[in-house]
Every structure is written in structure tokens, then in C-alpha cells.
Design a binder for this molecule. Structure first.
Ligand code: SR1
Ligand code: MG
Length: 400
């Protein structure tokens, strides 16, 4: 067993070589660190034939801030175990973990270099017709099979304990639900939208609803979530998409994963007016995103409902009325969490390239204001929206 130390590229290379047959003997390997995420080191290890693997190592602090923000390296175990479990239920759309070393908090995984990051692709205006269908499958399968519909009471409690993830949950608890609604020093607010952000801090109606969403995030362990399904955690190409980066995984409300994804598609929707100069391209992009959001919910609900009817183990939870009610509440929760994602990516610590890439400050401010308004409406209206068509109508009535 090797004690924890922060990898150099050379050490990451040796780690990959020791734990994979893929490179073969006498391979000439090279490695480079290329991570640009908020928390970890990420190395690509390549042999002389171009075969490559990824080594991801958790640092004992948040990379984007430094040692002043300590973080448990146990998140690497959580990530590896969530990905391994999700891969049992949806291997097509989960990145493959090849090896995990607990001491080193290091994961060896497949390299998705034939894929693009979804966020980058959307910013370039690339469209994939399979996006919604595949991610609906990923969400429905992973969330259903880790829920009370399938697990016995004792097995579920053991699973909840296995995935207790206090450090990373605290990040979400703070960044998603607390900071944007007060004058927090972590917030990152462009000067042109300062006045709109300040209104959030006084918006008691909104803050009460965000409190309810946070309380559910804290105390509704429905399924093993990925916990951070934003469009930077999804790799996509013409045929397939795969989800990575499950370090925020824990047992929480199903609507959080579904809503995080919807929220990210909506962020690109509002940003597209600033990303593209041709109004026709904006329209095309927005239509594409709305059609994907619609298909995402429809196909998620269809698959989840089918699984409820055919694979529920718990006799009481086989009740059809309860099952329908459950799914309706997931929908409302998802809309609320999508709203929170729109707001926190605009005024909170962690911004996203969709909005940051808009070079004209006034245009960006107008898109950000749109994001805040849309987020607010979603949070407030979520319990009254009973169909995906109603959600899309609400999105379309709110103009920039
Ligand atoms: C300090 S971590 C900031 C954000 O990056 C992650 O991907 C999560 O979305 C988190 O909120
Ligand atoms: Mg991440």
C-alpha cells in the first residue's frame, strides 16, 4: 500500500501502467496533467501507439481555491463507487472505472477522447438528436435501481451510509441554496447585474421556496444521485454520450439530478442569444434545446414509470396511485432544482462558460438577468406545472 502523495505526471503514468494491461510490455508512455475542473488533478497517460487512459486524483483541498479550502479525499472513493454502481445499471452511458486506489485517492478510467464535452459542443452550436433519449435512460435506470422501489429497507440504509458525502454535499448546500440568496463573499456577480442580484437577497417569497428545496436536498434520500449532472460532466459524440465526475454522489432527491441537467440545458438556452449573432441560429439552438428537454422528461418518466410497474420489489410501493404521485413530485422537484441551477451559475461562485463566453458585457448581463428571471419563475411555479408542455410554455413566454 502506498501512502497518499500528490501525483506528478511520472507517478500518474506508473500508476496507470501498473493497473492496466492495456499498454502492454515495453510501451513508451507519456503523461500530462490537463484538468481544468474545480477540484482534482486529471492526467492523460498515452503510449506510443496512441492508446490512452485517464488518471484522476483527488487533492486534499479544492483546486480552484487552494489549501485554504480543505476537502476530504474520500470523494474519490465515492466517485469510483458511484460510477461502478451506475455502470451496473447503465453501462452504455457511464464512464468505465478500471481501477481505484483508496490510499492514493486515485481512479484509473477509460479515456473519452473520441467524445466532446457537452457544454463545449453546445456553445459551438452542435446538436445531437440522441442526447435526451440516452440521458433519460441513464437517469431512469441509475435512479430507479438504487431507490426504495428495489432495495430492501436494510440494504437501502447500508447504501445511504456507504455514500455519506458530507464535504461535497456541503459545497452544494452552500453554493446552490445559500450563497446566491445573500450577500456572500463567495458570490461572483458581474457589476451590471449587481442590482438584480441584490433583489434576490430581499425576495422572501423566493427564499422560502429555495429553503424548501434545500431541506429536501438535505433530507430526501430517494436514490443514489450522480450529484453534479451539469453539461461539463457529460461527454458526447455522434453515437453516444457518457457521464463522468460522480464525486458529488450521495442519496438525495431524484429531481436534483434530473433538474441539474434541465437547468444546464436552459442555461445554454438563455446564453444562446449572446453566443450567436445570427437570430436564426439562436432560434434553432433554442428549439433544439426545448425539444431535448421535452424528450428528456418524457422518456425519463416513461422509463421510470415502466420500471415502477414491472420491477418494484417493495409490495406497498407497488401501488400505482402512489407511483404516479411520486413521479409527479419528481417533476416538480426537478423544475425547482433547474431554477436553482440557473440562478447559482449566474450569481454564485461557480460560473459556466455558456454565459462567461459572451464577450459583450451588456449582452451577457441581459442573458444573466434572463437566467435569474427564468430560475425564479421555475422555482415559484414548480408545484403548479403538471406537464412538460406547461414547463416549455413558461420558458417561451419569458422573453429576454
Ligand atoms: C468548488 S466546486 C464548484 C462547482 O463545481 C462542481 O462541478 C460543482 O458543480 C460545484 O458546485
Ligand atoms: Mg465535476
Amino acid at each position: 500500500m502506498t501512502a497518499y502523495h500528490i501525483f506528478t505526471p511520472e507517478q500518474a503514468m506508473r500508476f496507470a501502467d501498473e493497473h492496466s494491461e492495456l499498454f502492454g510490455e515495453h510501451s513508451k508512455l507519456s503523461a500530462a496533467e490537463f484538468g481544468d475542473g474545480n477540484l482534482n488533478l486529471v492526467f492523460r497517460v498515452v503510449n506510443d501507439k496512441g492508446t490512452s487512459l485517464i488518471v484522476k486524483q483527488a487533492l486534499p483541498y479544492a483546486r480552484c481555491v487552494g489549501e485554504s479550502w480543505p476537502l476530504s479525499t474520500d470523494r474519490a472513493r465515492i466517485e469510483a463507487e458511484v460510477l461502478q454502481l451506475h455502470a451496473r445499471f447503465c453501462p452504455e452511458h457511464t464512464v468505465e472505472v478500471l481501477h481505484f486506489d483508496r490510499e492514493l485517492s486515485a481512479i484509473l478510467m477509460e479515456d473519452l477522447k473520441q467524445y466532446d464535452i457537452l457544454r463545449t459542443a453546445l456553445i459551438k452550436g452542435k446538436h445531437f438528436s440522441h442526447l435526451a433519449a440516452q440521458l433519460a435512460q441513464y437517469l431512469a435506470q441509475t435512479l430507479f435501481y438504487t431507490s426504495d422501489f428495489v432495495l430492501t429497507g436494510p440494504a437501502k440504509k447500508a447504501a445511504v451510509a456507504q455514500f455519506i458525502n458530507p464535504d461535497l454535499c456541503l459545497i452544494t448546500e452552500d453554493l446552490f441554496f445559500t450563497d446566491p440568496y445573500c450577500n456572500h463573499e463567495r458570490n461572483n456577480i458581474h457589476s451590471l447585474i449587481q442590482p438584480r442580484a441584490r433583489e434576490l437577497w430581499q425576495d422572501e417569497e423566493l427564499k422560502a421556496e429555495v429553503a424548501a428545496l434545500k431541506a429536501d436536498f438535505l433530507s430526501k434520500p430517494q436514490a443514489l444521485l450522480h450529484g453534479d449532472v451539469h453539461s461539463g460532466s457529460i461527454f458526447i459524440n455522434e453515437e453516444n454520450c457518457k457521464v463522468i465526475d460522480a464525486e458529488f454522489g450521495f442519496y438525495g432527491p431524484i429531481g436534483f439530478d434530473v433538474g441539474s441537467l434541465m437547468g444546464n440545458l436552459l442555461i445554454n438556452y438563455v446564453a444562446s442569444a449572446g453566443l450567436f449573432s445570427d437570430p436564426q441560429q439562436v432560434l434553432k439552438q433554442q428549439q433544439y434545446l426545448l425539444s431535448q428537454i421535452q424528450a428528456l422528461w418524457q422518456q425519463f418518466a416513461e422509463t421510470f414509470s415502466h420500471l415502477q410497474q414491472t420491477a418494484t420489489q417493495d409490495p406497498a410501493l407497488q401501488n400505482e396511485r402512489y407511483q404516479a404521485r411520486f413521479l409527479q413530485q419528481v417533476f416538480a422537484d426537478a423544475i425547482g432544482y433547474a431554477g436553482c441551477e440557473l440562478i447559482r451559475r449566474t450569481v454564485g461562485l461557480a460560473h459556466v462558460a455558456d454565459l462567461e463566453k459572451i464577450s459583450d458585457a451588456k449582452t451577457r448581463a441581459s442573458c444573466e438577468t434572463h437566467a435569474i428571471e427564468l430560475g425564479r419563475r421555475l422555482i415559484l411555479a414548480r408545484q403548479n406545472l403538471t406537464s412538460i408542455e406547461q414547463l416549455l410554455a413558461l420558458v417561451q413566454t419569458l422573453k429576454r
